[in-house]
Design a protein around this ligand. Structure first.
Ligand SMILES: Cc1cc2nc3c(=O)[nH]c(=O)nc-3n(C[C@H](O)[C@H](O)[C@H](O)COP(=O)(O)OP(=O)(O)OC[C@H]3O[C@@H](n4cnc5c(N)ncnc54)[C@H](O)[C@@H]3O)c2cc1C
Length: 664
């Protein structure tokens, strides 16, 4: 490993991937000091600065890339998600504010509205002349959006809808852009016409006038200071008999005629609702990508610092040891780095799917639901990984990690909520399992239509797992070549890793399917059966997500053409695979798939891989391509190196890799 010649540029190019241009352009913009985070600002100043940043961003290509050419965009969905996720290397308040404006507000107009809405609003939304909100969540209902209680009641005489907040539970809550800047909101409400309710629909509702004052019937309250993201003005909204014209209904999936007749090509309310929210999947994909970017920034800071920060010296030696030469420090940073690589490639595969789904007319409906499931799954993995890794990086940098100038504390606070918004992770994991159990049927997304699992569970038991990665044949042939007995299998055999993760997924999923079928067959309520098996259900999703992330990594290694870079990535991929297997060692052991000897051998191999990769740790984080002035943290930019050099120039010149690590 030490004699590899790593072409950092080639590795960076591989990571930059298909939308490299959008990524590079976004990085260049972030170098402008206007975009550099200022965690010291009081809330109101932070909000004003965030709006100023968003206005500057509106003049760049990035936020508008995904919108139709007709309105000044480029129809490049993958490019727009890539540009967005790159923003997460900078000020995360700006990231979230622009996510609300172009992703949620703009995305709802584009995907739920029709041409009249596009013509009227898209250009103004794109230029930020019309700052908007996405008002879905209510105080009483966050995860269960189908049960929202705001109403939109149609009156054929005036041809208007009346938007009403019936009680305190139904007030809109946490809504980005609502407390200060939003002029209009896409409001999700129960549509009522002719006395009948047709479920949740979206409406364009003006909330402030040109001077920024709330309009008549609109009550607005500030959510106040938050743990992070204080540049974003989250607020609460009440609607008191607010009248909007019939055209305010975003009517791509359902229309109301002037006389109040309701029509939708999708008859079932639940199915219609999940078709509608399914078109908003880009938001979830974007948050996932942003989580990966923030994790990369944190690791770049912690790895660079660990390479130069020295503590303690071996007996009889005057030179202190770099943190990165300690086994435990490697154990903290290297598996997290390997998982970040894995998630990067899984995210890239997800963005390709998203791009295809929204740019190809012939994209199959079932694949659309698989995309939603994949987005939910990868979002949970990347956001949980972000929050854990950023905290670990903060600790790995000691006291320096706690200083605001080194960014980790703010990064942790700002990304924390990624596990909650755009779908709470625990709820999303249940949707992933439900997709697997029901073969992604029409009502994918709903947790309360569990009756259909009865039939579906039978199928799962016989079902062959579907591969999401492109290199299906390559992966299958690696699995087929694995020897049957554990003792004959090399720990670094890629087929062994693939087979083990696939076996776990199948075993857990079949177990859940049998359990649900048995419960339903015995006459119990499907909801109770599902609830009793909830931990098992979540494990099935986790096992599925682990496999698809790993396969995306294997496929990316296979794509790499530069020999040494490929060898390096292969080793990172080994470390990722063995870390996942080690973390689930108890499960494999309990299910007879791992002997105690093998379990110990895996731990020893993870240790060995961590030290083997140590020498390339800086190459691996440099390849993320984050410019120094965007990364910002002095400890990652040579401040510690300069201090060490001033202290003992001779020692510093000997190079960090020259020290033997202490015995394990
Ligand atoms: C900073 C911020 C910005 C936001 N911006 C917006 C915005 O712009 N627009 C908007 O509409 N919303 C926004 N939200 C709201 C966000 O989407 C919701 O907070 C989120 O959907 C979760 O809903 P909740 O807070 O009601 O939590 P709940 O749904 O009450 O969940 C609370 C806990 O219960 C658990 N739980 C819930 N259901 C189940 C179940 N079936 N099984 C097991 N466990 C369960 C969850 O895992 C979670 O841990 C924002 C929130 C925040 C904090």
């Amino acid at each position: 490993m030490t004699d590899l010649t790593i072409d950092r540029r080639a590795l960076e190019d591989l990571l930059d991937g298909r939308w490299a241009e959008a990524r590079r352009e976004a990085r260049e913009h972030l170098r402008d000091p206007l975009y550099h985070p200022r965690p010291d600002l009081p809330t109101e100043e932070a909000r004003a600065r965030c709006l100023q940043q968003a206005r500057a961003l509106a003049k760049t290509r990035g936020p508008n890339l995904g919108f139709p050419k007709k309105y000044g965009g480029e129809g490049d969905v993958g490019g727009s998600v890539t540009a967005f996720e790159t923003l997460a290397h900078g000020d995360l308040s700006l990231l979230v504010k622009s996510g609300v404006q172009w992703g949620l507000f703009g995305g709802a107009i584009l995907h739920l509205g029709t041409e009249k809405h596009h013509e009227k609003y898209l250009r103004k939304m794109m230029s930020l002349e019309l700052p908007g909100c996405f008002a879905m969540t209510e105080t009483g209902h966050g995860s269960d959006v189908q049960s929202l209680r705001t109403t939109a009641t149609y009156d054929p005489d005036s041809e208007t809808f009346t938007i009403e907040t019936p009680d305190e539970d139904a007030r809109k809550d946490y809504i980005g852009n609502a407390a200060r800047d939003g002029r209009m909101a896409v409001v999700f409400a129960q549509l009522i016409t002719g006395g009948a309710s047709h479920g949740v629909h979206a409406f364009m509702v003006p909330i402030r006038d040109e001077d920024g004052q709330p309009l008549s019937g609109i009550e607005i309250e500030d959510c106040g200071h938050k743990a992070g993201l204080n540049g974003v003005d989250n607020g609460r909204l009440w609607f008191h008999k607010v009248s909007v014209p019939r055209d305010a209904l975003l009517d791509k999936h359902a229309q109301v005629a002037p006389d109040g007749t309701y029509f939708s090509p999708i008859e079932n309310d639940t199915r219609r609702f999940f078709t509608m929210v399914g078109t908003l999947v880009q938001g979830r994909v974007s948050v996932s990508g942003a989580a990966v970017s923030a994790t990369k920034s944190a690791l770049a800071i912690a790895v660079r610092y660990a390479a130069v920060r020295r503590q303690f010296s071996p007996p009889g030696v005057s030179t202190e040891i770099a943190l990165l030469d300690y086994r435990q420090h490697q154990r903290r940073l290297m598996p997290a780095l390997a998982k970040t690589y894995a998630l990067h490639f899984a995210q890239e595969a997800l963005v390709v799917q998203l791009h295809d789904a929204f740019t190809r007319d012939d994209y199959p409906e079932r694949d659309r639901r698989k995309l939603e499931s994949m987005a939910a799954g990868i979002k949970t993995a990347s956001t949980w990984h972000a929050t854990r890794t950023i905290q670990m990086c903060r600790e790995a940098c000691g006291g320096a990690g706690y200083l605001s100038e080194n960014r980790l504390v703010q990064m942790k606070a700002d990304t924390d909520v990624f596990t909650t918004f755009e779908g709470d992770n625990t709820v999303l994991l249940q949707l992933v399992a439900k997709g697997l159990l029901t073969d992604y049927r029409d009502e994918f997304g709903s947790l309360d239509t569990l009756g259909m699992m009865k039939m579906a569970a039978d199928m799962v038991i016989e079902q062959v797992l579907e591969r999401t990665a492109g290199a299906r044949q390559m992966i299958q042939s690696l699995i087929d070549a694995v020897p049957r007995s554990e003792s004959e299998t090399n720990l670094l055999d890629r087929g062994y890793h693939l087979e083990l993760l696939e076996w776990r997924e199948r075993h857990v999923l079949e177990g859940v399917a049998r359990r649900i079928k048995k419960g339903i067959d015995s006459g119990r309520e499907p909801f109770d059966v599902f609830n009793d098996a909830q931990d098992h259900v979540l494990l099935a999703s986790q096992a599925h997500i682990d496999r698809i992330i790993f396969e995306a990594f294997v496929e990316a290694v296979d794509r790499s053409t530069h020999v040494d870079t490929r060898t390096l990535l292969d080793t990172v991929c080994d470390l990722y695979a063995l870390t996942v297997i080690e973390e689930n060692g108890r499960w494999f052991f309990e299910h007879g798939r791992m002997s105690p000897g093998r379990s110990k051998a895996i731990t020893a191999e993870v240790n060995r891989l961590c030290s083997e990769l140590r020498v390339h740790a800086e190459d691996l984080v440099d390849a993320f391509g984050i410019p120094d002035d965007v990364l910002g943290a002095p400890i990652a930019l040579g401040a510690e190196r300069a201090r060490q050099e001033a202290k003992a120039p001779d020692e510093a010149e000997t190079g960090v890799a020259g020290f033997a690590p202490p015995p394990p």
